[in-house]
Write a protein that binds this ligand. Structure first.
Ligand SMILES: Cc1cc2nc3c(=O)[nH]c(=O)nc-3n(C[C@H](O)[C@H](O)[C@H](O)COP(=O)(O)OP(=O)(O)OC[C@H]3O[C@@H](n4cnc5c(N)ncnc54)[C@H](O)[C@@H]3O)c2cc1C
Ligand code: FES
Length: 269
């Protein structure tokens, strides 16, 4: 039987929009209906048009970064092209359409310790997940980036109570190296109790693949949040296909969060 899908297309007011680092922005909007139904790991299709323009036609997908009181949602995004450049120019008080919450998010088990592992903008969906887990269970969060200034919002993670471990490629903060270097150390420290953990990861494909392989070797379940180019975000255009181990998977409808075992990693991005 198909799941009941609570999904809304809301005209949302921009409440705050600030630049957190070079080309990295935090957008906060009032979208009470989307916010009330949102679960960690879900995403929204966000309109990026300039006011009065119909171009570009397609909305852009962004993970829900955090949910706040008063029906507010925030998105953490990197300016990489035309759509995100247009979005970065929008100001508080302007309105944009937000379709969501979309997709299937992270599956969290109350009896298992979550290890969150995010690389670069892959940290975006993990704050909501850390908030969701706060209070009820111990969590570890590993965040990695090229350099310290990319790792914005570490304090927001710490405030949830999760234990934050950091890796930077240039060694400017935390361990010099990759998310997987820190994960390797953490799994060794946890030793026997690593078997009571589950990994939730988001980031560049090679990083998620390495995290998944490390988890598999340790016998730990690993959930991965994938990205693909999306036109509709709702299962209609079939444009977001990725190879699964048994069938083609559509990231917007069956994901974006998948069990790592279901992905054909060698055929990825
Ligand atoms: C489910 C989902 C959640 C996402 N969440 C976030 C998020 O929280 N924060 C964030 O910064 N980005 C996120 N993205 C990626 C974001 O949607 C793209 O960066 C954005 O659509 C680019 O739009 P643009 O018009 O600026 O870039 P374009 O001009 O369309 O492209 C610029 C460059 O970005 C690459 N690109 C565009 N879209 C994607 C994509 N989906 N995946 C990988 N590379 C892409 C292109 O290949 C090109 O090199 C998410 C994508 C998906 C599918
Ligand atoms: S984006 Fe259209 S089917 Fe997934």
């Amino acid at each position: 039987m198909e799941r009941m899908i609570a999904r809304f297309d809301e005209k949302a007011e921009i409440i705050e929009h600030c630049q957190a680092a070079e080309d990295i922005f935090v957008l906060k909007v009032a979208a009470p209906a989307v916010s009330a139904s949102a679960r960690p790991g879900q995403f929204c299709m966000v309109e990026v048009k300039a006011v009065g323009s119909s171009d570009p036609l397609l909305r852009r997908p962004f993970s829900i970064h955090a949910r706040e009181d008063g029906g507010r949602l925030s998105f953490l995004y990197r300016r990489v092209g035309r759509g995100t450049d247009l979005l970065s120019r929008m100001r508080p008080g302007e309105m944009l359409n937000v379709l969501g919450p979309l997709g299937r998010g992270f599956r969290v088990r109350p009896d298992i310790t979550p290890i969150l592992a995010g690389g670069g903008m892959g940290m975006a969906p993990l704050l909501f997940l850390a908030e969701y887990c706060a209070g009820s269970m111990d969590t570890f969060t590993i965040l990695g980036g090229r350099t310290a200034s990319e790792l914005t919002g570490l304090e927001s993670f710490r405030r949830t109570g999760t234990r934050v471990l950091v890796a930077t490629e240039d060694g400017s903060l935390g361990t010099r190296g990759m998310v997987t270097d820190v994960l390797d150390g953490l799994l060794k420290t946890l030793s026997e109790s690593a078997g009571q953990c589950e990994i939730h990861t988001c980031g560049p494909w090679p990083m998620m693949r390495a995290v998944y392989e490390m988890a598999s070797q340790s016998g730990i379940p690993c959930w991965v949040s994938l990205e693909s180019r999306m036109a509709c975000g709702t299962g209609l255009c079939l444009g977001c296909a990725v190879y699964g181990t048994e069938k083609i998977l559509h990231v917007c409808r069956e994901g974006p969060v998948f069990h790592g075992d279901s992905i054909r990693w060698r055929d990825g991005q």
